[in-house]
Structure formats: C-alpha cells, structure tokens
Design a protein around this ligand. Structure first.
Ligand SMILES: Nc1ncnc2c1ncn2[C@@H]1O[C@H](COP(=O)(O)OP(=O)(O)OP(=O)(O)O)[C@@H](O)[C@H]1O
Length: 337
C-alpha cells in the first residue's frame, strides 16, 4: 500500500496587488485588491514505502509548497493528501512521530547551546525514553561522524557539521518518512557527499521513504531512481531519470577528438571544414582538439558514419547529455509540451 497518496492537490495564494505611485499606495491602504497565484496545480502521485524520490523544478515551481502540504504545515486549497495513513494538516502526534521535515535554509538547533542540549529537548518533545535516546544518539553520531562535535555550541560548527547535526536532530525519533528540502544547500562538495551518503545509508538501514528537493543534480542522480518534475505548479513528469532523458532530450551528445586542434585548422585556412562541422549537429562546445555535438537520436548512426568518413578523428564517444543541461533546456524553452 502507498505510504503517500496525493490526488488533485492544489494550493492557491492570494497576492495583494498595488497600483504604482502615491495614489496607488493610498488606494491600496483603503481597499486592497487581490489576484491569485496557483503555487501548486492539480498534482497527483503515489509513493511506496522505502522509495527515494527527487522533486525537480526551477525556482518558484511549487516544490516547497508541495512539501509543506505533505507535512501538514499548510492546508491544501483543493485535493486530497494522505501520508502514512494520516491527513497531514491535522498534525496528529502519531503522524508527527512518523515524519520529519528538514529545510536546508532553516535550522532547529539553538545557536548558542551545544547541539546535545537541543537533542535532549527534542527527545523530551517526542517522548523518547533515556535508554532509546542514548542508543539512537550513539548510532546516528557514528553514522554522521559527529563524535566530538555535539558538545560544542552550534555557532562554532562548520556549515557541513551543522547540517549533519540538524539531520541528527530531525531523525532522533526515527521517522519513517523524511522530507528533505535542499538538505545540501550551500555545503561544499565533501559535505554534500557526506549528507548524500548518510541519506542513502539511512534509507537502506531503516527502509525509510525519502522525498528530496535539491538544486544539486548530483544529489538527485546519486539518491533517486524516481523523479517528479514540477513546472509552474504542475507535475509534468513522474518516472525514472533515464526516462526523463528520453522524453526531454531527443538527442545524444557526440564528443569527437580531432587529429588537429581547431586553431590549427583555422591557421590552415580550413574554414570551410569549420563551418562544415555545424552540419553534423548542434555545436555544443569547441575546445582545442575536442568538439561536442548534439545529434538527434534518429540521425545518430548516419551522423557518426559521416564524421568518421569526413574528419580526421582520434577518438569518438556518444553519451547522453548531462541531465542538468536537459532540464535547463526544458525550462528555458518555457514550454514542456
Ligand atoms: N506564502 C506565500 N504567499 C504567496 N505566494 C507564495 C507563498 N509561498 C510561496 N508562494 C509562491 O508560490 C510559488 C511556489 O513557491 P515554492 O516556494 O513552492 O517554490 P519552489 O519550487 O520551492 O522554489 P525554490 O526552488 O525557489 O525554493 C512561487 O511563485 C512563490 O512566490
């Protein structure tokens, strides 16, 4: 049975509209007019226990709003949500015991106190008995490699250590469902990898379900087999990362290592050859001896044969374009149809 079921979920926000100038300000003061913004529009999906699902979408797409409705922080304008057999907005204590929400840009640990003090407060709030608290604390501290950090005031921790301590605080009550909104925001590469590895281990060890938003594609590719693509409040894709490439990238990337560098070709006045390069596909980049083309999938075999016959080639590889490039194109195009 699905652990999360969402049907026709929408969230509308009323936004006050003010006309420009002093007269507009006065009018706004006496009589406000509003327009409605649909932050989330008619979204439906189901998530099974133990899945790790990535929410992708540009800024303002509606990811955080969806997470807030799934965790019961805000009430949906329309639609149905069930999470672990609860209606989130009721915020029943049994429900809160089963979930956690971590927001990369917000913190729950108290700044001037050692993280351990905040953890003890959390344990009391969730009614965790002392023995279980000690056991979970030891286990999570080891998994997160935070051994000597928890007794220092939070303000003295590095950003990466602080994020790991935040995760520890969020997981002390051993929730079944983890909602992670940008958990690696602002972290350096090593700290990003540490958080990512931890989430993977936590998912495998406890069979926890993880819903993750991140602007770092590496988080999504490392952790999520399934992605939901959200665009202007609507769900435009639900499936595997590979399927996303097939749907939105009808081309493949061909990297060619030429025998001569491009400046040498220019010096040898092979400008005809240079302009001829564009006939193989869209030129993605030219750097020294290597050239990257984007070639439509259906033209791949013909184009590769032409390149090998017509150019002096040292090496040629065909790959899928980087996923962030594909998604960037989809969003820049302003249309996803
Ligand atoms: N409390 C609010 N009142 C009015 N509009 C809001 C409110 N919260 C969000 N919005 C609007 O709803 C839309 C979706 O916002 P949301 O924060 O869900 O996007 P997001 O996908 O999480 O973006 P980001 O990647 O930038 O965090 C945006 O247009 C935003 O301005």
């Amino acid at each position: 049975m699905s652990i999360i079921t969402v049907e026709g979920l929408s969230k509308l926000y009323p936004i006050a509209v003010k006309e420009a100038g002093f007269a507009g300000t006065l009018k706004h003061f006496w009589k406000r007019t509003y327009r409605t913004v649909a932050a989330v529009r008619d979204v439906s999906f189901q998530i099974e226990p133990g899945e790790v699902v990535g929410f992708l979408g540009p800024n303002g797409a509606g990811k955080t709003t969806t997470l807030k409705m799934l965790t019961g922080l805000i009430h949906p304008s329309a639609g149905k949500v069930r999470v672990a057999d609860h209606i989130p907005f009721r915020r029943e204590s049994k429900f809160l015991q089963k979930i956690t929400l971590v927001m990369g840009q917000k913190q729950q640990l108290l700044w001037d106190l050692p993280a351990l003090d905040s953890l003890k407060i959390n344990a009391a709030v969730y009614g965790i008995p002392d023995k279980i608290f000690a056991y979970r604390l030891a286990e999570l501290t080891e998994m997160l490699k935070l051994e000597d950090k928890l007794s220092q005031p939070v303000r003295k921790l590095s950003l990466g250590e602080r994020m790991k301590a935040e995760l520890l605080a969020a997981l002390l009550h051993q929730p079944q469902i983890l909602f992670m909104d940008e958990p690696t925001l602002g972290l350096d590469i090593n700290a990003q990898v540490a958080v990512r590895d931890f989430l993977q281990q936590y998912n495998q060890q406890y069979g926890a379900t993880i819903i993750l938003t991140s602007h770092y594609m590496a988080d999504i590719t490392a952790l999520c087999r399934r992605v939901l693509l959200i665009y202007e409040g609507g769900l435009i894709y639900d499936g595997s990362l590979e399927g996303l490439l097939e749907k939105f990238a009808p081309y493949r990337e061909v990297r060619v290592e030429l025998a001569q560098s491009i400046p040498e070709l220019v010096a040898a006045q092979s400008s005809a050859l240079l302009s001829g390069l564009q006939t193989y596909g869209e030129l993605a980049s030219v750097d020294g001896q290597s050239v990257r083309f984007l070639v439509r999938r259906e033209e791949l075999t013909k184009t590769v044969s032409r390149i090998l016959a017509e150019l002096e080639v040292i090496d040629l590889t065909v790959t899928d374009p980087p996923i962030e490039e594909v998604i960037g194109r989809v969003f820049r195009a302003g249309s996803v149809s």
